[in-house]
Design a protein around this ligand. Structure first.
Ligand code: FAD
Length: 575
């Protein structure tokens, strides 16, 4: 029997980005004993990389803004596939969550009157993004971390959760390993909150870091929870294209928000063709497809992108409002963006699909399992508006924390962890060391990334998706027979062997949902079905779950009915 250490809490939060921290703070405030587990160092989550800002109808710059307009914009951005109640709560509660951050010490940029400043972003009717230059996420994480530490949350860093444990139909704990020693660890918990972020590393060109391997999506799926709308992966229109070492690195939408202009190699401002009204501030799905099309049709920049120019705003403005972008291009590409245009191309950025949750409590379809932030689905429908992720994670992080604490408080103490589950987890984790033959996980990962880019990318067809699914099936087979050399002490190959399993689940879910949805909507573009099919697909979410024989079950479920008063807001041109 393998030895492992054990920790016991009412609530375990997996993930210490904005969503996890906000959830932990709330659960702790409600009296729960909380453990916060993260794969890397505290503060190194994706939230810290967020640049442009957090969307909230504070109406500090455009006084006409209100929650109804934010709700309207979010629903239209999501092509009406959003869970209406999540979008409503999000729009109503985001301003309070941002003000609360300020009370906890966050220093946002200011208007002349001394209020929190707000900037324009794609798809938002009014200037709505509260920001700190282009380093908003850093300030958010700093503030939430300080708050979390002082409210008595126990932090377990560099610890990867590999399995969720269940007692009958409810959650009883989580199992994982310390990245440094490779030793196993068990967390007994009445409730678990998944806050693990996204899935970007399933693709080669991505703005995401090594941590985004879809672990939370896979953990939820394995525990029996529903995943919804997995076909909707967001390709951010502007990633760096050159040099190759930084391909995919994000160029914040704040550049376009500040007046950045997109042109092709003929000097044409091509957004005039694709969205003459909103131009560069059209929604991400539209701008990404426009750049892709320009390049495909031979009007790309020297390194296969489009030109994005902000130099007309002057050096002082650019350095003040977009300091990270200025340094990013100067250091990595030797380009001075105050004088020259950038080259940009779409990059895998965000996943709208995720764990199906109850909007009020963020509980998944499994008792005691909650999800918030990027790992949760429903809020953003078919396409997320910029800035709506940071506000989403604040609103639903708080709700998940409260929901989990309340759940943990209600259930009795006899939730059991079963030895058999732990033994199975240990066996699975150690298998790659025991295999005498097998592949290197890096090769399989690379082939998966190629397959996702080639077959499940920005533009999709039935044939390509079919090929993609076949390829993923082969990769699943290869991924089940991996061989790892060396010991368990800090062994990145071993870590990848488990991450790869998560990415394979997530990739299969994306490809199969994309194959099923025979229409184009938001971030999902089918060349063979270029239009909306509202009658068939405008009324349903795609649903993925694991069936009793262990196979991936694919289906749909009807969208919840929206109340009449909200329908009026959605149908009205709310300006
Ligand atoms: P994260 O902040 O990524 O945190 C995930 C946590 O889960 C990490 O602590 C990680 O270690 C942990 N974890 C993962 N798997 C495991 C595991 N198996 N075991 C233990 N821990 C695990 N959105 C906006 O609204 N506005 C912006 O301006 C903006 N800019 C962005 C810029 C960039 C470059 C990027 C990449 C994203 C940006 N986004 C922006 C999106 C936004 O930052 C993310 O969607 C959001 O921060 C996700 O927060 P999260 O808390 O859900 O996940």
């Amino acid at each position: 029997m393998e030895k492992y250490e054990t920790h016991t809490h009412d609530v375990i939060v997996i993930g210490a980005g904005g969503a996890g921290l906000r959830a932990a703070i709330e659960a702790s405030a409600q009296g729960a004993s909380v453990g916060l587990v993260c794969k890397s160092l505290l503060g190194k989550a994706h939230t810290v990389m967020a640049e442009g800002g957090v969307a909230a109808a504070l109406a500090n710059v455009d006084s006409k803004d209100d929650w109804k307009t934010h709700f309207h914009d979010t629903m239209h951005g999501g092509k009406l596939l959003n869970n209406w109640r999540m979008a409503e709560l999000h729009a109503q509660e985001a301003p309070d969550r941002v003000r609360e951050l300020e009370h906890w010490g966050a220093l946002f940029d200011r208007t002349k009157e001394g209020n929190i400043n707000q900037r324009a972003f794609g798809g938002h009717t009014w200037k709505r993004l509260a920001h700190v230059g282009d380093r908003t996420g850093l300030e958010m994480i700093r503030t939430l971390q300080d708050r979390g530490i002082h409210t008595g949350v126990d932090v377990y860093m560099e610890c990867t959760i590999t399995h969720l444990l269940k007692d009958g139909d409810r959650i009883s704990g989580a199992f994982g390993y310390w990245r440094e020693s490779g030793r196993f660890v068990l967390f007994n918990a009445k409730a678990i909150i998944l806050a693990t972020g996204g899935i970007g590393k399933s693709y080669k060109v991505t703005s995401n870091s090594w941590e985004y391997t879809g672990d939370g999506h896979a953990l939820a799926y394995e525990a029996g929870a529903d995943l919804i709308d997995m076909e909707f992966t967001q390709f951010h229109p502007t990633g760096m294209v050159w040099p190759p070492s930084v391909k995919g690195l994000l160029v914040t939408e704040a550049v376009r928000g500040a007046g950045g202009i997109l042109t092709n190699n003929k000097g044409e401002r091509f957004m005039e063709k694709y969205d003459p009204e909103r131009m560069e501030l059209s929604t991400r799905d539209v701008v990404a497809r426009s750049i892709y099309t320009e390049v495909q049709e031979g009007r790309g920049s020297p390194h296969g992108g489009a030109f994005l120019n902000i130099s007309h705003r002057g050096a002082e403005y650019v350095k003040k409002k977009l300091p990270s972008m200025y340094h990013q291009f100067k250091e990595f590409a030797e380009i001075d963006i105050t004088k020259e245009p950038m080259e940009v191309f779409p990059t895998t950025h965000y996943v709208m699909g995720g764990v199906r949750v109850d909007p009020e409590t963020a509980q998944s379809t499994v008792n005691g399992l909650f999800a918030c932030g990027e790992v949760a689905g429903g809020m953003h429908g078919a396409n997320r508006l910029g800035g709506n992720s940071l506000s989403d994670l604040l609103v639903f992080g708080k709700r998940a924390g409260a929901g989990a604490a309340e759940y943990a408080n209600k259930i009795n103490n006899d939730v059991k962890v079963h030895d058999e589950e732990i033994n199975n987890a240990v066996k699975e984790m150690l298998e790659p060391f025991e295999n005498t033959e097998g592949e290197n996980p890096y090769t399989v990962h690379q082939d998966l990334q190629d397959a996702m880019g080639d077959f499940v990318g920005v533009f999709r067809t039935k044939e390509k998706l079919h090929e993609g699914i076949e390829e993923i099936n082969i990769l699943k087979e290869r991924g089940s027979q991996l061989k790892i050399e060396g010991s368990r002490m800090y062994n990145p190959g071993w870590h990848l062997s488990k991450d790869l399993k998560s990415m394979l689940i997530v990739s299969e879910a994306i490809a199969r949902c994309a194959h099923q949805r025979e229409e184009s909507r938001g971030a999902h573009s089918r060349v063979d079905f270029p239009n909306y099919n509202d009658e068939v697909w405008g009324t349903v979410n795609s649903v993925i779950s694991k069936d009793s024989s262990g196979d991936m079950n694919l289906g749909t479920s009807p969208l919840p009915q929206m109340p009449e008063e909200l329908k009026k807001i959605v149908e009205g041109g709310y300006k």
